[in-house]
Write a protein that binds this ligand. Structure first.
Ligand SMILES: *[C@@H]1O[C@H](CO)[C@@H](O)[C@H](O)[C@H]1NC(C)=O
Ligand SMILES: *[C@@H]1O[C@H](CO)[C@@H](O)[C@H](O)[C@H]1NC(C)=O
Ligand SMILES: *[C@@H]1O[C@H](CO)[C@@H](O)[C@H](O)[C@H]1NC(C)=O
Length: 634
C-alpha cells in the first residue's frame, strides 16, 4: 500500500471517525506506540502481545484493558510516538470520554492513569483521542487519533431472580416429571467474560418432591402420588449461583409457592351410620325434617353430592335434596304424617359423587350409604266430628224433648279424651234446641213454627274435657217440616155482583184461596156451600178442581126490584190431614149493569149511588118498599 493512499484514507477517517475503523486505520499510521502497563498478565495475555509489538513506524493502536473496581491511581498504559527520542520535546494530550476526570495522561511520558474506580456495569468502554505535539513548534508530531479503553469485568454482581414471586399450581397425583414452573435469574456481570454470569440453579428446600434443572431453572415434580388431601401447598426454595456454582461466586434464592389442585380421588363417607330425626305429626308437608352429610376429602366439583332415599314404601313420605351450598342432604316431608297410623320410618339414604372420575377410584367408591330413622311425635289434636256437616228435619209440631239427631266427635289422639258437646248460643238465639253434653243428642226445647222460621242452622261445638281442651265445631242444619196448622182462606175480600138479566148458569165470581202451610205435594183447596136442608135456588158453587171455583147463577130473573143483595157462605177446605176449612160469607149485590154488563163500582156502594142519582132506581126502591109493605100487610 503506497503512502499516497494512506494519506487519503487518513483524511477520510478524520472527517468520519468510527471507533473500530479508526483503530484499524490508525494501526496503519506510523509513529505511535501505545503500550499497556500494570495489567494482569493473565487478563491481557492476548492483548499485551499486540500492545508491546512495536511496528516499524507509527502508532500501535489496540484496546486498552482496565479491570473494574481497581484501586486508583494506577498506570494503565502509555502513549509513545516513534519520534519521541526521550528529550521531552513532545507533549502528549488526552481528550474524549473521561479525559481529565477518569483518565489523565503524563504529558511528558505519555503514561495514562486512572483517576477513579471504574464500573463495567456502569460504562463498559471509553473512547478517547490522543495527540502528540512538538513543544517548540506546536506542530503535531503525529496525527490525532482515537483509541478505546475497555473496562474489564470482575464478578461483582449477584445474580437476581426475575418475575418474583413465583406461584404455581399442579394437579395432585400428577406423574413424576410434571413441569411446575421455571425460575429465571440474571447476572449483571459480563456474560462473555469468564463465568461471572454463568448461572446454575439448585434446590435448597422442596426435595424430595421437586427438583430443578441446573441450567434452565425448570422445576419438575420428583415424587409420585402427591396427595392434596394430605398436603395442599409446598414452598420450594431455589438457589442460583454464578461462576457455574463454583465456590467464590455469588448466589441468591427465591421461593416458589406450589399448590396442588384437586382431582376426584375421594368418595363420600357419611358422618354417621344412623341418623335419627323426630318430626311432629302435624308438621306441614315440605318442612325440613333433618340434614345428613357425607364428607368428601375433595373440594369444589369433586365434592358435589347427590342424595337419594332408598326404601320403597317408606321413602315416599319423605324426599331428600342436596343443599347446593353445604352439600348436605336435606330430608323433607313429602306427605302428611299421622302418629296414630305410623310412628316411625326407617330407610336407607345414599350419597353419590356428582362427578365420578374412574381414573382414580372405582365406580362403587363414589358412593356411601347410611340409615335414617324418623320418629313421628304425637301432637294433641282437636276432636273430629264423624260427619263434616249434619242436616236433619223435624216436624213443626214436634213435642218438647223430641230427638232431632245426634252429633258425634272423637278425640283422634291415642289418649282419646272424653268430649263435651254444646250448642253455640249465638247460632240458636231462640234456644229452640238443647244438646246432651255427653252423647251429642239434640232435642227440641221449644215449640217450632215453620211459618216463623223454617231453618234452624246451629253450630255445635265438641270440646275435649281434659289436657288442652281443644275443640272443634260442626254446622247442623235443622229444617222444620210443615204440618197443616193453618186454615185456608179466600184469596181476597171478594165483592161479587150479579147483573140484572144474568142468565142461569152464568159465572158470577171466580174464587181462589190461600194457606200459609206448605204441604209437600202442594196446595189443594176444595170449595163448597154450607150444606142446608134446602138447596139454594139462587146460586151454586162450581169447583174447578184447580184450586179455583166459580159462583154460578142458578136462575135468570135477578132484579134489584126483587132483591138488592144475597148472602152466600163459601166453605174452603185444604187437603191436609186432618183437613182444615174456613167459611166466608160473601155478599152478592144485584147491579143494574148500565151500560150493559158493567157495574161501575160493583157491590154495596152501587146501591147508594143509584139511590142518589137515578130516579128509576129511586122509583124501584119505593116500589120495593111498597111491595115490602104490601107483603107485611099480606
Ligand atoms: C243421650 O243421653 C240421654 C240422657 O241424657 C238419653 O236420654 C238418650 O237416649 C241418649 N242418646 C243416645 C243416642 O244415647
Ligand atoms: C240454613 O241452611 C239452609 C241450607 O243450607 C239454607 O237454605 C237456609 O237459608 C239457612 N238459613 C239460615 C237462616 O241461615
Ligand atoms: C132466593 O131468592 C128468592 C127471591 O128473591 C128469595 O126469596 C130467597 O130467600 C132466596 N133464597 C136464598 C137461600 O137466598
Amino acid at each position: 500500500m503506497g503512502s499516497g493512499e494512506e494519506k487519503q484514507r487518513w483524511t477520510v477517517k478524520m472527517s468520519a471517525p468510527s471507533v473500530l475503523a479508526t483503530v484499524t486505520v490508525l494501526s496503519l499510521i506510523p509513529g505511535w506506540v501505545l503500550s499497556s502497563q500494570g495489567l494482569e498478565a493473565q487478563q491481557l495475555a492476548q492483548g499485551s502481545t499486540h500492545l508491546h509489538r512495536r511496528l516499524k513506524r507509527g502508532w500501535i493502536w489496540k484496546q486498552l484493558f482496565v479491570p473494574e473496581e481497581d484501586p486508583t491511581p494506577r498506570v494503565i498504559g502509555q502513549l509513545k510516538s516513534d519520534y519521541d527520542r526521550g528529550e521531552f520535546s513532545i507533549k502528549y494530550i488526552l481528550s474524549g470520554e473521561g479525559a481529565g476526570d477518569v483518565f489523565e495522561i503524563d504529558e511528558y511520558s505519555g503514561e495514562i492513569r486512572t483517576l477513579q474506580k471504574l464500573d463495567r456495569e456502569e460504562k463498559a468502554f471509553y473512547v478517547l483521542q490522543a495527540q502528540a505535539i512538538n513543544r517548540r513548534s506546536n506542530e503535531p508530531v503525529e496525527p490525532q487519533s482515537e483509541f478505546i479503553i475497555k473496562v474489564q469485568d470482575i464478578n461483582d454482581n449477584v445474580p437476581q431472580f426475575e418475575n418474583e414471586p413465583y406461584v404455581s399450581s399442579i394437579s395432585e397425583m400428577c406423574p413424576i416429571g410434571t413441569t411446575v414452573a421455571q425460575v429465571t435469574a440474571t447476572d449483571a456481570d459480563d456474560p462473555l467474560f469468564g463465568n461471572n454470569a454463568k448461572l446454575i440453579y439448585s434446590i435448597l428446600q422442596g426435595e424430595p418432591y421437586f427438583s430443578v434443572e441446573p441450567k434452565t431453572g425448570i422445576i419438575v415434580t420428583s415424587w409420585p402420588n402427591m396427595d392434596r388431601e394430605a398436603r395442599e401447598q409446598y414452598q420450594v426454595v431455589v438457589q442460583v449461583k454464578d461462576m457455574l456454582g463454583l465456590s467464590g461466586g455469588y448466589s441468591s434464592s427465591t421461593t416458589v409457592t406450589v399448590s396442588l389442585t384437586d382431582v376426584n380421588d375421594n368418595g363420600p363417607t357419611f358422618q354417621h351410620h344412623l341418623y335419627t330425626f323426630a318430626v311432629p305429626e302435624n308438621a306441614p308437608v315440605g318442612i325440613t325434617v333433618g340434614r345428613i352429610m357425607a364428607d368428601d376429602g375433595d373440594v369444589g366439583v369433586n365434592a358435589r353430592m347427590n342424595y337419594s332415599l332408598e326404601d320403597l314404601e317408606e321413602s315416599t313420605t319423605f324426599r331428600i335434596q342436596t343443599d347446593p351450598v353445604t352439600q348436605e342432604g336435606v330430608v323433607l316431608l313429602a306427605k302428611p304424617l299421622d302418629y296414630e297410623t305410623k310412628r316411625r320410618f326407617v330407610m336407607a339414604a345414599e350419597a353419590v359423587n356428582d362427578h365420578m372420575d374412574t381414573h382414580f377410584l372405582s365406580y362403587d367408591e363414589f358412593k356411601d350409604r347410611t340409615t335414617l330413622k324418623i320418629i313421628v311425635e304425637d301432637v294433641d289434636e282437636p276432636p273430629v266430628f264423624l260427619a263434616p256437616v249434619y242436616e236433619w228435619k223435624v216436624p213443626e209440631n214436634a213435642m218438647m224433648g223430641t230427638v232431632v239427631g245426634t252429633v258425634s266427635a272423637r278425640d283422634i289422639d291415642t289418649v282419646n279424651n272424653p268430649i263435651r258437646y254444646s250448642i253455640d248460643k249465638g247460632s240458636d238465639l231462640r234456644k229452640a234446641f238443647r244438646i246432651d253434653p255427653n252423647n251429642g243428642t239434640i232435642t227440641v226445647a221449644k215449640p217450632l213454627d215453620r211459618e216463623t222460621l223454617s231453618w234452624h242452622n246451629v253450630t255445635v261445638a265438641a270440646e275435649e274435657t281434659k289436657q288442652n281442651h281443644l275443640s272443634a265445631t260442626v254446622a247442623v242444619f235443622i229444617k222444620v217440616l210443615d204440618i197443616n196448622d193453618n186454615v185456608p182462606r179466600l184469596a181476597r175480600d171478594y165483592q161479587p155482583y150479579i147483573c140484572e138479566g144474568t142468565q142461569a148458569g152464568e159465572l158470577v165470581q171466580l174464587l181462589s184461596a190461600v194457606d200459609p202451610d206448605e204441604p209437600v205435594e202442594g196446595h189443594h183447596f176444595y170449595f163448597s156451600m154450607v150444606s142446608e136442608k134446602h138447596i139454594n135456588p139462587n146460586f151454586t158453587i162450581r169447583d174447578n178442581q184447580d184450586n179455583t171455583a166459580g159462583i154460578v147463577a142458578r136462575r135468570s130473573t135477578f132484579t134489584r126490584k126483587d132483591r138488592i143483595h144475597f148472602l152466600l157462605p163459601v166453605v174452603v177446605t185444604d187437603s191436609g190431614s186432618p183437613a182444615l176449612s174456613s167459611t166466608s160469607t160473601l155478599t152478592i149485590s144485584v147491579c143494574s149493569c148500565q151500560p150493559t154488563g158493567h157495574c161501575p163500582t160493583g157491590g154495596v156502594q152501587a146501591l147508594a149511588l143509584s139511590m142518589g142519582v137515578s130516579i128509576q132506581t129511586l122509583l124501584g126502591l119505593l116500589l120495593c118498599l111498597v111491595v115490602f109493605a104490601a107483603d107485611l100487610l099480606c
